[in-house]
Structure formats: C-alpha cells, structure tokens
Design a protein around this ligand. Structure first.
Ligand code: NAP
Ligand code: COA
Length: 263
C-alpha cells in the first residue's frame, strides 16, 4: 500500500537504466502508476519491449549497454525527445556472480566494475544536461556489499563501494540544481540478484533469522523509497544512501547475545 498520492508524478519524465526487470522494473512501474512518462533501458530488446508493455501507459523501451557511453547518451536523448527532460534518472543496471577472487579472471572483475560503477557514471554523466533543473533527482541502486565485505563478491563489493562514494561527490558537485542519492536494497524476493546469491531455498529460513525484520524485502518497498527520494518530501536530502534492507546491514540478529539482551 503506497503512502504517496495518486498523480504525484503526473507529466514528469523518468528514465530507469536497468529498468527492464526486477527491482528497477518495479521502480519504473511505480513512477508510471503515479503518472510519470517512463523510459526503461536494458541490453536485451525483447526483455525491454516486454517490460515496457508490462509498465503500459506509453512506456518507452530502449536498448543499450551502460558500458558504452555513446550508446547511453543516444538512448537518453531519444527518451528526452519523446518524454521531455528528466525529472528522475535511476541507475540500477548491475551484474553479479559468486566466485572467489582466485576463480575470477581480470576480465570477470572488470566486467562487474564496468557495468555497475562505470555504467552508473556513464548514465549520470550523460544525462546531466538533459535534466529538469532545479529539482531533478538522481538515484543509484547500490547494495550492502558496499559496506560489508562479502567473500565471493570482490567485484560487486568494490563496484558498489565506488558507487556509494560517487553519489556523495556528485551530490556535492551538482547541488543545488540536482539531488543525488542512493538506495541500498537488502535481499529482495523474486529477483535475479537473490537467485544468484542465495540459490538454496533450504537455507532461507536461517537467512531470515539473521535479519532484524525476519524476512526478505519486496520490490514494492524499494519502489516506495525511490518515490520518496524523488518527491518534495526529500527536497533537503542529497548525498544519502537509504538502506531499505530490514536492518540487514546492522549485523547478525540471530546471535545468542541478542536473544539474551547482551548485544
Ligand atoms: P536484474 O533483474 O538482473 O536487473 C538488472 C537490469 O539491468 C536488467 O534490466 C538488465 O537487463 C540490466 N542490465 C544488466 N547489465 C546491463 C548492461 N551492461 N547495460 C544495460 N543494462 C544492463 O537485477 P535485480 O536483482 O532486480 O537487481 C537490480 C539492482 O538492485 C542492481 O543494481 C542490484 O545490484 C541491486 N540490488 C539487488 C538486490 C536483490 O536482492 N536482488 C539486493 C541489493 C541490491 P539486460 O540483462 O537485458 O541488460
Ligand atoms: N564465475 C567466474 N567468472 C565468470 C562467471 C562466474 N560465474 N560469470 C562470468 N564470468 C567471467 C567470464 O568468464 C568472463 O571472463 P573471461 O573473459 O576472462 O572468461 C567475464 O566474466 C565476462 O563474462 P561475459 O559472460 O562475457 O560477460 P557479459 O558482459 O556477457 O555478462 C555478467 C555480464 C557476467 C555480469 C552476466 O552475469 C550478466 O549479464 N548479469 C546481469 C544480470 C545480473 O547479474 N543480475 C543480478 C544483479 S545483482
């Protein structure tokens, strides 16, 4: 159930890089439901077309790789020509796979850095002169790996840590016209990310125990955060990483000392 009023983003232009599936598609849908003109971008044209049809309301499907600056710039220009300059740009394209550092080639590491970190720079750099100013909201989708070291994810940890710091620098450089924030989702059910990182369903109950709110999150809960950060309610919020993770980043809430009140 959304706390935001119908029509809140009526006529606004929203671009979601990586918006053709999962969490980012959920964000795109929520903005469209609130009246926005939405464009989504991914590499796979069939997937992008399917996502745009799913969103409805004239959503635009675009195909480009965030690693290719020229292609991203062209896609942004195409979306802006149809929907108008952007009020909101979300950068959420990412890649991840579990592998130890010694089982990862230099190209495997570079691939995730290129998609997540450099891809986010490309999207934000390329959209800047296509933003509605003052007032535009940029949101990068980061992750808890930016803060908490995770074995088998040296690439994603490094990439997301870079994104967190990039958010802060851009917030300093681009204010007051543009606000730049991040959302750090916890484990979100029904997503590609969790299929890759927690594939064994028999381990999920134990996983929930470690999370203060004792469950996985929902895509809608990330979409709500994106709407909040792009609304006038967040007009004085920039350079922030909003954790929407059930408290996951606080540590292991299943420990005995928590139960004994000693934590
Ligand atoms: P997902 O469904 O795999 O979504 C990834 C999106 O990015 C898709 O639209 C994909 O489309 C696009 N994409 C991937 N590589 C791209 C590239 N090189 N150029 C352009 N588009 C590209 O992932 P998700 O699990 O929902 O995760 C979405 C975001 O949330 C990611 O930033 C992820 O790190 C973050 N996150 C997820 C979780 C979770 O629980 N799932 C937790 C924390 C953070 P194509 O494949 O067609 O390119
Ligand atoms: N273990 C070790 N290395 C792996 C790997 C794995 N599971 N998967 C890919 N790699 C390596 C490849 O071997 C290659 O390195 P090499 O050239 O030295 O052999 C490198 O990573 C690039 O792989 P490639 O398949 O060419 O990359 P891509 O650009 O086509 O795809 C990925 C990018 C690998 C990140 C792919 O998983 C992807 O597209 N993911 C998007 C969806 C996603 O991850 N969603 C979850 C978001 S949290």
């Amino acid at each position: 159930m959304s706390a935001f009023r119908d029509g809140l983003f009526e006529g606004k232009s929203v671009f979601v890089a990586g918006g053709t599936s999962g969490i980012n598609l959920g964000i795109a849908k929520r903005f469209a439901d609130l009246g926005a003109k939405v464009a989504v971008l991914g590499r796979n044209p069939e997937k992008a077309a399917f996502a745009a049809a799913d969103i409805g309301q004239g959503a635009i499907a675009l195909t480009a790789d965030v690693r290719d600056y020229g292609a991203i710039r062209a896609a942004l220009e195409e979306a802006a020509a149809t929907n108008g300059k952007f009020d909101v740009v979300v950068s959420g394209a990412a890649g991840n796979f579990l592998a130890p550092a010694l089982g990862m080639s230099a190209n495997g590491f570079k691939t995730v850095i290129d998609i997540d970190l450099i891809g986010t720079f490309n999207v934000f750099r390329a959209c800047h002169d296509l933003l509605v100013t003052p007032g535009a909201s940029l949101i990068a989708i980061t992750a808890g790996q930016a803060i908490n070291a995770k074995p088998l994810q040296v690439h994603a940890c490094a990439a997301k840590a870079g994104i967190n710091h990039m958010i802060r620098v851009l917030a300093m450089e681009w204010g007051p016209e543009v606000r730049v924030n991040g959302i750090s989702p916890g484990p979100i059910s029904g997503t590609e990310g969790m299929a890759r990182l927690a594939p064994d369903a028999s381990e999920h109950d134990a996983y929930f125990e470690r999370i203060p709110l004792k469950r996985w999150g929902e895509i809608d809960e990330i979409a709500e955060a994106a709407v909040f950060l792009s609304s006038s309610s967040a007009a004085y919020v920039t350079g922030t990483i909003l954790d929407v993770d059930g408290g996951s980043q606080l540590g292991d809430a299943s420990r005995m000392d928590v139960e004994k009140g000693l934590a």
